[in-house]
Design a protein around this ligand. Structure first.
Ligand code: THU
Length: 129
């Protein structure tokens, strides 16, 4: 699967975003080692604080379906500049995906790519205690 194909999966997932408060729709797509793709969108809540980002929805869906080995995650928003994952999502991605490739894009193109370790240097994880 190419970066563009994974970004397309994130773009499709973004259509299901529930974002009536921020009006900022995000889609995410996780690629497993075996080539499966699990997607997520952001799901907001009237309390604001219970909002889940697209990345965490994708990770929790994947883990709840028995997926544990990931190659890459694509994240898409309608912005010219890359939309990087928030701090909470970086921590959750690290927990389940390790040093995964993070592919960022908008509605037209890929805008950036990182390894998660670049976005979350010196992570706290299960080896930290
Ligand atoms: N959001 C995501 O879903 N992923 C990100 O990487 C950044 C932020 C969502 C959360 C909220 O619904 C909206 O974008 C505005 O913060």
């Amino acid at each position: 699967m190419t970066h563009d194909e994974l970004l397309d999966a994130a773009r499709k997932a973004r259509w299901y975003a529930h974002a009536p408060y921020s009006h900022f729709q995000v889609g995410a797509a996780l690629l497993t080692l075996t080539g499966d793709v699990i997607t997520g969108c952001n799901i907001e809540n009237a309390t604001y604080g219970l909002t889940l980002c697209a990345e965490r929805v994708a990770v929790f869906k994947a883990v709840s379906e028995g997926q544990r080995h990931f190659r890459a995650v694509a994240i898409v928003a309608d912005t010219e500049a890359p939309t990087p994952p928030c701090g909470a999502c970086r921590q959750i991605l690290w927990e389940f995906c390790g040093d995964v490739e993070v592919v960022l894009g908008n509605l037209e193109k890929m805008t950036a790519r990182y390894q998660l370790s670049e976005l979350l240097p010196l992570p706290f994880d299960g080896r930290s205690f």
